[in-house]
Unconditional design. Sequence first.
Length: 139
Amino acid sequence: MKEIVIVTQNRAGLLADIAEILARKNINIEMFDAEEVHDTAVIELTVDRYDEALQSLRDAGFDAVTEDAFLIRLKDEPGALARVAKRFKDANIDLRSVRIVRRLEDCAIVAVATARTEEAKALVREYLVVGEGIDSETD
């Protein structure tokens, strides 16, 4: 899964501008997360047509960068995320972002991004989500 990250000056109408740019190209936003840090907006999104979205945002003047992420499925219970995060800590793998992207009946789907993707995936192999459906990878 590829994410697009935009870091820009926060202002009124920023979400509308980004959504309109993508709508004009008929690009569907699948996930959108925006946070303000002082006067800076940090926006992370996934879309159905990644390459075209990235280029459209850059053409519109946004400093859009890309980040690879992978999905894991965790039991929806206290401590589940802590146990997985400790694996990354013990392996000295820095996490760029961790985001709960979907909650189901008894589990949560979590997007994880790190500079060491393959190593990180190996640490949580039993939790990986593969394909378009929410199916766990098996041995």
